[in-house]
Write a protein that binds this ligand. Structure first.
Ligand code: 13P
Length: 249
């Protein structure tokens, strides 16, 4: 059975007080059938993990560095995260690709390092608007995956969650239609199946991200290859985020 997951990526939002009060609001809910994750900004990872110590809500990281330690000013290592109980990280978010020049080569290093360190990853990928307009979205996604996660051995796949985030839908209010999400997720699953077989491809959770809101979540999550969502803006509001989680039935 594939896991149903809803993860909130808070990006560079929320100060200490806002982080605490959002977590306290979320804790009031009981999300039974869905794995819920939140990715606060790194200064607040530890306090978030402490606040959620006895809660099923998992605190995850937004990014990791691909080296174990050393002179890498401003970076956060897998060991640091593990030492505060954080065992999952996003890798490959389009904002990391666009603003921090993370290309497939670096992302493969990060993916390998995180998995070798015993962490789980949510690997993000997705095409830009120009790719979709020129009907290259399947080719782009295929190459993003072939250059990174599809290079891993089959054993690694138990540590992987995928997140399809079309760049044109992130923070724009324009979401992929449920049909567009479904056809891409199905395509991705078929790529995994070709490399690793049906057992692995059937087990992988593939999340959709890009302007998911309470008003569109039910329809998107109802698609058979969509196992949940990676939520940006709407995850900053406890009510909206909870409604989105509840929509993942
Ligand atoms: P929005 O939900 O704000 O479009 O962001 C999606 C996202 O980038 C999650 O990682």
């Amino acid at each position: 059975m594939r896991k149903k997951i809803v993860a909130g990526n808070w990006k560079m939002n929320n100060d200490l007080n806002q982080t605490i009060s959002l977590i306290e609001e979320l804790k009031k809910n009981h999300f039974n059938e869905v794995s819920v994750m939140i990715a606060p900004s790194s200064p607040f990872s530890k306090i978030a993990a402490d606040l959620l110590e006895n809660s099923p809500i998992e605190v995850i990281a937004q990014n990791i560095h691909q080296k174990s330690n050393g002179a890498y000013t401003g970076e956060v290592s897998c060991d640091m995260l593990k030492s505060i109980g954080i065992l999952t990280t996003l890798i490959g978010h389009s904002e990391r690709r666009a603003y921090f020049n993370e290309d497939d080569f670096v992302l493969l290093e990060k993916v390998k390092f995180a998995i070798d360190s015993g962490m789980n990853i949510i690997f993000c990928f997705g095409e830009q608007l120009k790719d979709r307009k020129s009907n290259k979205h399947f080719d782009i996604v295929k190459s993003q995956l072939e250059n990174t996660v599809l290079k891993l051995n089959s054993e690694s796949w138990k540590n992987i969650i995928l997140a399809y985030e079309p760049v044109w839908a992130i923070g724009t209010g324009e979401t992929a239609s449920p049909e567009q999400a479904q056809e891409m997720h199905e395509f991705v699953r078929s790529c995994i199946s070709k490399s690793y077989g049906d057992i692995i491809s059937d087990e992988i959770s593939i999340l959709y991200g890009g302007s998911v809101k309470p008003s569109n979540a039910i329809e998107i999550f109802s698609k058979k290859d969509v196992d949940g969502g990676l939520i940006g803006g709407a995850s900053l509001n406890a009510f909206d985020f909870s409604e989105i989680i509840k929509a993942n039935k």
